[in-house]
Ligand binder design. Sequence first.
Ligand SMILES: [Zn+2]
Length: 146
Amino acid sequence: MKLPEDLKLRSNNSCELCAATGTLAVYEVPFSPEARRDNELVACEKCRAQLERKEALDAAHWQCLTTSMWSEVPAVQVVSWRMLNRLRNESWAAEQLDMMYLDDELLAWAKASGDHENDDVVELPWTAMAPPSRTATPLCSQSHWM
Ligand SMILES: [Zn+2]
């Protein structure tokens, strides 16, 4: 996928989270307020796979958050905050979270994903398609399922 010019310039053609220059693509920040136009960032394949819960979290990889959390780009701040929350069992991540400051608007955006309350679970492909609900009923418990 080709990056839009504005994102390419802003990201300096590298992952806005870990600065890798590999396979880059636009990552649209989930649970973004509709009014926001700046809800995208440039992320590499590895970051995207873990952001989208297709791969287990690699805590060593996400040390990059200690840099990206200070980005001036709101979408990068929001995603960094969410990822630090998913990693909050790591003492370094908890420390960074303590230091991180988001204004009320960005904090509300960041919290919309629920990552700060959920345990981190890598979902199976079929559950990843379901709406993000903690009360979702597994398909197999439906009584008419034959
Ligand atoms: Zn990356």
